[in-house]
Write a new protein. Structure first.
Ligand SMILES: NC(=O)c1ccc[n+]([C@@H]2O[C@H](COP(=O)([O-])OP(=O)(O)OC[C@H]3O[C@@H](n4cnc5c(N)ncnc54)[C@H](OP(=O)(O)O)[C@@H]3O)[C@@H](O)[C@H]2O)c1
Length: 374
């Protein structure tokens, strides 16, 4: 099955935390039962990926040496004997959330974070250590989500590389589904001007919600409103600038009436900002909060307790979320073709420039990827 796969490949390797990333020739991963070898067509780069590997971001830990990376899109190049659905050559989304088969709570983020359980650390170090910044990668069978290439690329007109943007959209979809966002509800997304926050606005609109986007950058908020409402009758994105004053921002949110839910994507650098406290204070009784970022949560406890506020931490999404999201994408619920995303693509050799651009080219509808194929 895997006979056309070369024995050596190019990959971006991290020898140890804080050391330089190197483009190296390494052995191509071998096919094993329960795994798939994927030829990588595109792989996303996080805005903060450099900080993950130089140690400056603090929250992360991976075994070294390893091939770095995260989620990818590619073609099935090697199939195990226990595959029942996938076919060789098929386009798949390769997800970075790897779960223990005998303990799904032992999960880690491929080549990004080893997770907190001894089982997840063992699984990452011993089995799925290497990531997607390479020509080929090995992934668990269940992490390869089939994509209908004819529908997505021919009928809807998405270039394959642009489909990589689903990795960003999926994060907020996981959070919004986790707190049961319903069509017609109003959700605050904060902050909304970054990669995952901007994507959260687009996803909430596709789910039929009214969105109130909070952010410091008013120019970016205006761009976000225009992009997220474009071509969608009934779509509604309101904006509230983060003023730095908790009460002012609470009043600005309350002016829009009942608020049902909040999606938080606060980066560690903004943990002291008061935007989440304002959003929680503006929530209705029994409102829900999805905590996907890292805020300092000294929220107004009387309001949280007195109003039965539900606050749920959420890491990523489930396989069920991914399958449902792909259906939404294939039905055409997101902007079509070129309006979907502004992709900046780099070869593996250009890794330094790529990581720099990824830190700057952020916000709704922007992504930076590696295209490892020569
Ligand atoms: N739970 C999960 O599964 C999950 C998954 C992925 C990511 N995340 C988390 O999501 C967070 C956001 O990631 P990202 O890629 O979207 O980051 P990003 O593109 O760098 O965006 C950062 C956002 O934070 C805002 N911000 C920065 N400093 C601020 C401050 N002092 N006060 C208020 N706002 C501030 C930025 O606003 P400006 O535009 O004004 O700079 C921007 O909206 C990350 O911390 C990451 O850990 C969680």
């Amino acid at each position: 099955m895997a006979s056309k796969i070369p024995t050596q490949q190019r990959a971006l390797v991290l020898q140890k935390f804080g050391s330089d990333i190197q483009l190296q020739h390494v052995p191509t991963p071998q096919l094993e039962l329960g795994t798939v070898i994927v030829r990588v067509s595109a792989t996303t780069i996080l805005s903060y990926q450099r900080g993950v590997y130089d140690g400056s971001r603090g929250l992360y830990g991976v075994p070294t040496p390893l091939v770095i990376g995260i989620s990818a899109i590619g073609r099935v190049a090697g199939l195990p004997a226990d595959a029942t659905l996938l076919e060789e050559g098929q386009l798949v989304y390769v997800d970075c959330v790897v779960r223990g088969r005998d303990d799904p709570s032992a999960l880690f983020l491929s080549a990004i974070h080893a997770g907190s359980k001894s089982g997840s650390k063992k699984l990452m170090a011993d089995v799925y250590r290497d990531g997607s910044f390479a020509e080929y990668m090995r992934a668990p069978l269940e992490n390869c989500i089939p994509l209908d290439e004819t529908r997505l690329c021919k009928t809807l007109g998405y270039p394959i590389h642009d489909l990589m943007y689903m990795s960003c959209l999926l994060v907020s979809f996981g959070g919004l589904r986790d707190i049961g966002l319903e069509p017609g509800e109003t959700v605050v997304v904060s902050p909304a001007t970054g990669n995952f926050g901007g994507a959260g606005v687009l996803v909430a609109v596709a789910m039929g919600a009214r969105v109130i986007a909070m952010g410091r950058n008013t120019t970016e908020l205006a761009r976000l409103k225009e992009l997220a409402e474009r071509g969608k009758p009934g779509a509604c994105v309101e904006t509230v600038p983060i003023s730095g004053d908790e009460e002012t921002d609470t009043a600005a949110l309350k002016a829009f009436g009942t608020i049902d839910a909040v999606l938080d994507l606060t980066p560690p650098i903004a943990s002291k900002s008061t935007h989440l406290k304002s959003a929680i204070s503006a929530l209705r009784h029994s409102g829900r909060v999805s905590l996907m970022g890292f805020p300092d949560l000294s929220a107004s406890m009387w309001h949280v307790v007195g109003s039965n506020i539900v606050m749920k931490g959420k890491l990523m999404y489930s396989r069920e979320d991914m399958l449902l999201f792909v259906k939404m994408l294939e039905r055409g619920l997101f902007p079509k073709a070129q309006e979907f995303v502004d992709t900046k693509a780099f070869a593996l050799e250009q890794w330094e420039e790529a990581l720099d651009v990824a830190a700057r080219h952020t916000g709704l509808g922007r992504q930076v990827i590696f295209v490892p194929e020569k």
